[in-house]
Design a protein around this ligand. Structure first.
Ligand code: NG6
Ligand code: CA
Length: 511
């Protein structure tokens, strides 16, 4: 009996596998599927800051699991080495320099033209419910914002049905959340006033005048309004009941994310989960304090990994993992000292935040934009690693292709469709890839070109922190396959490659 069972069971088993795999390949071919899309966007996370990419001193089990179940990209880039520009590009499919997008203050006007078609606009027109939870940093209003009214234009005017925001950065006022563009928990008798130029009478004390009130000391640039024992950039008064507590931000955001996912209706959703972690001020919740050997910076990596695990848990609980594409990445490369005294440099040990690559946030060297990138979609994507050269600016056109949406010529002008590469069905990606920082770079295969600058003076705020933004007055050319550390300039050895890349860069800049 037993022998017969095995004899017949094997062909039956093979048949089942065959049927199963044809179902999967039929699914792969079906481009009309509309998955939920969750974009997990970490702030300032470096290529080497996650376990699967070699982190030492901190564990990231949830992210590692995501990578194990999905595709871990080794050469995917944020479109810029700072936050506002990268976010601008991911949402508009347009390079930040075309709109002079730079790091914004917390009272800056919205930098996305509301006439422009955005990624959430496109998804909305395809029937998606769209939401953003977390850091915005793309400006709000049109200047002279009255924070006590609904602040507009903002996320709703560029395609988001729901928003729960940190308006700018954790180190900038106002330190309150906005829900659907209104201050969350505002007591109308205690209105909020924000001023980036001068102290406000009876406003929050400034770190410069009251260092005794600080729980984390800072450099000269972060010494204005103190809330929750942390001084920030910019002055502010009022809204005391609405102030966030930095140590609780991950829990507040997680609760909003859970609510959004639980509220899933017939329609698919797009959730832009935009983390505050691991940006400074790095103030881990007590649950994560000393969970790494690297002090607060390592501890907030562990905290961020916990938050990632929670999103997956919420999706799983709702039975949504098979119908959800999860994209995990970062807005720019890593930075140790960005102004707050949290001993990130002193405690980093053997850990390499940028992996084997040179550079940091703000820098045109590779680690400025080469960031951890994982795409996972249960039963749809086969686990793998990929060396495809990809840019976040391409998500717009690639997602359009996934949904069979034809883009108008004016939409997402810099976005290329690389859907097959994002899904791991193709090993190659872009032919050329632009890198934006305070200088311009271009990639072609393993070649890296850095365009010379006329003025190579490094601004004091970067110089003081010994950040090398990669300013040169001569063209630089590196072969990353032999020299990932960008140390040997090959410009004179390969004039044809140099010329080709320079011309291509100028073509992009002048398009
Ligand atoms: C810089 C701030 C830094 C940080 C950064 C934005 C100074 C000297 N430094 O200008 O603290 O807030 O902006 O980071 O002001 S980002 O990740 O949002 O781009
Ligand atoms: Ca950032």
């Amino acid at each position: 009996m037993k022998i017969i069972y095995i004899k017949y069971a094997y062909p039956l088993f093979s048949l089942l596998i065959f049927l199963g795999s044809s179902v999967i390949s039929a699914q792969s071919a079906d481009r009309s599927v509309k998955p939920n899309i969750v974009l997990i966007y970490i702030d300032d996370l470096g290529y080497g800051d996650i376990g699967v990419n070699g982190a030492i001193g901190v564990k990231t089990p949830n992210i590692d699991q995501l990578a194990e179940n999905g595709i871990n990209f080794s050469d995917a880039h944020s479109s810029a080495a700072t936050c506002t520009p990268s976010r601008y590009s991911i949402l508009t499919g347009s390079y930040a320099f075309r709109n002079n997008a730079e790091i914004l203050e917390g009272d800056a006007p919205l930098i996305i033209d509301t006439e422009m078609k955005t990624l959430p606009d496109m998804l909305k027109s395809a029937g998606y419910k769209t939401g953003i939870v977390g850091k915005w940093h793309l400006g709000l209003g049109r200047g002279q914002v009255d924070w006590n009214e609904r602040v507009s234009p903002g996320p709703a005017e560029v395609g988001f049905d729901y928003s729960f925001l940190i308006p700018a950065t954790g180190d900038r006022v106002p330190t309150v959340f906005l829900e659907n563009q209104k201050i969350f928990n505002l007591n109308p008798n205690d209105p909020l006033i924000v001023d980036y130029k001068k102290q406000i009478p009876e406003g929050y004390p400034a770190g410069r005048d009251h260092p005794e009130l600080l729980k984390q000391h800072t450099d000269n640039y972060h010494l204005s309004a103190i809330t929750n024992g942390i001084s920030r950039i910019g002055f502010m008064k009022g809204a005391e009941e609405a102030l966030w507590i930095d140590e609780e931000i991950p829990f507040v955001l997680d609760a909003k994310v859970e609510e959004f996912i639980n509220g899933k209706s017939e329609n698919p959703f797009f959730l832009f989960y935009s983390f505050h972690d691991i940006h400074q001020p790095r103030t881990p919740n007590i649950e994560f304090v000393e969970s790494s050997s690297m002090g607060p910076r390592g501890d907030v990596i562990a905290q961020m990994d916990w938050s990632v695990g929670k999103v997956i848990e919420h999706l799983e609980k709702n039975g949504l993992l098979e119908e959800t594409m999860i994209i995990f990445t970062s807005d720019n490369g890593p930075i140790l000292d960005d102004g707050y005294l949290d001993y990130a440099e002193e405690l980093v040990g053997e850990h390499k935040p940028g992996g084997k690559f040179k550079g940091t946030k703000y820098s045109i060297f590779e680690a400025g934009t080469r960031v951890p990138t994982i795409v996972s979609w249960k039963d749809r994507i086969s686990p793998a690693t990929s060396d495809a050269l990809l840019s976040q600016v391409d998500l717009y056109a690639s997602i359009a292709s996934l949904l069979n949406i034809e883009l108008e010529p004016a939409d997402a002008p810099d976005s290329e469709n690389h859907l097959d590469s994002w899904l791991g069905e193709k090993e190659s990606g872009r032919k050329y890839l632009l890198e934006e920082a305070y200088a311009y770079g271009l990639r072609m295969d393993s070649w890296k070109y850095i365009h010379p600058k006329k003025d190579i003076t490094v601004p004091a705020w970067l110089r003081n922190k010994k950040i090398d933004p990669g300013f040169f007055d001569q063209p630089q050319l590196f072969d990353l396959s032999k020299d990932p550390w960008e140390s040997k300039n090959l410009a004179e050895d390969h004039p044809e490659i140099l010329e080709k890349m320079k011309n291509q860069l100028l073509k992009v800049l002048n398009k």
